[in-house]
Design a protein around this ligand. Sequence first.
Ligand code: VG1
Ligand code: CO
Length: 546
Amino acid sequence: MYEVEEVKTTPFDDQKPGTSGLRKPVTTFQKTHYLENFIQSVFDTMEGGVRGKQLVLGGDGRFYNKRAIQVIIKMAVANGVARLKVGRGGLLSTPATSNIIRKYSLDGGIILSASHNPGGPQGDFGVKFNIGNGGPAPEKVTSRIYERSLELRRYFIARGPDVDIERDGMEAMIMETAVEVIDPVSDYADLMEELFDFEEIRSLLRSGFTIRYDALHAVTGIYAREIFVNRLGAPEDSLRNCVPLPDFGGGHPDPNLKYASDLVEEMFSDNAPDFGAASDGDGDRNMILGRKFFVTPSDSLSIISANHDCAPGYRKGLSGVARSMPTSCAVDHVARELGIPCFETPTGWKFFGNLLDADMITICGEESFGTGSNHIREKDGIWAVLFWMNILARKRQPVSAINRSHWFKYGRNFYTRHDFEEVDIESADRLMEHLERQLDSLSGNVADGRKIKLADNFCYHDPVDGSESCQQGIRIIFQDGSRIVYRLSGTGTKGATIRIYIEGYTRDMERMEEETQSFLGPLIRLSRKLSNIQEFTGRSEPSVVT
Ligand code: VG1
Ligand code: CO
């Protein structure tokens, strides 16, 4: 019924994976051979060859997901993959995929997602490749894939009928490949039950504690229903937008103050629930809200780390923690108190992989609404939500009270990120060069009355494999602990996005409750001045402030 065809193709020159996989407009992926070329490049560069390997395949359900799933199944068959597990309906969140790879000792996985980017025919699509530890392919692997894509002249695909992926339990032997359709939720939900005290959370919910979870019409809807409603007993109306849609209902599936505005509005209203949360397209990001209270992702990482012993899975203690460089230094204070190391890595989850594998860290996170631990090798939205619920079930205090007492103990790291999106690429490059040129003169100098301790372009030396990743962002660190960081996004698909991260620290009780943008006002103005952003880009204000 199926026949392998070798298809002649010509290479594309733009298949270089960014911060998190290959991300392009859907229309690019729809070009003849585009998806196929990239997948064949992934297969061709797998260590020891792809023949006989066991892989998992799923996606966040966005437009083109189902089409791409069929293409990849047929390419896996043609390339002699031994076993391919496919999420039912083509669905699998990024964290669930990571778990499947680890639980079943697979060789890797393919996740079809452009994460928080909008979907639909005019939206974005993406392909992420994860390796045998369950984590995103490290740079040495993604560069191999890219190099291969530049010389690819043929790919293999099986011609034959589409595979029915709508029923789990289905298993078919297609040529030499066992194609198995799996329930995308149950293994993941089981893992969560091992890590957190579900009984305690159930009792919190029974006590009248109310929650609202917004899946933003993306993949976590199916996980949220099983975990929060079926297993934890939360009422049905705890769920918002929990049916995955190919266009995410027209929105950005990005859990932040701008794109999850309906949830934010509800959480800041007078009859707000006690706890609110949201996740992104592929389920690896999270936003945590209390009644009339927003927890910054950097604070969330710090609070989870400080309260790790609330969750049964972490009572043995933490071996260390890590944060991406632009993430606020809040967790550093917790690490110091716990007497454990704190690592600083470049942006992107792939940089945590080695530290997790070597058990040098247990919990890690990024300012971009990503938190996770050694339970898998991806950031994990629902995990973070459950961690918070477990802390709340233990402490029986409002989210705001937990966050405030954390500030009183460790001091507060005020933090904001200003994104200038869809900027002309050349102007963005020129702005970065302009900053780079100033670095020497800034170091040791004073800007706006603040002494600069260090100004550099961040270079990471991986302590596990000795690899070096430089040019990871310009950072200006002041004597008083404040920081300004500049970098260009590696996930956008339209022009360039300049991200400016601004952080200030205080232990002054009088200033703890100040509004973030006003506390950081002088630093924000300085960040604009040093970069000359208005002149380079013509923009005076950012498009997104988080
Ligand atoms: C952004 C975030 C980064 C995150 C990455 C992938 O990258 O800043 O922290 O790891 O997205 O997240 P960039 O290069 O645009 O700043 V996801 O949820 O897309 O897998
Ligand atoms: Co994501």
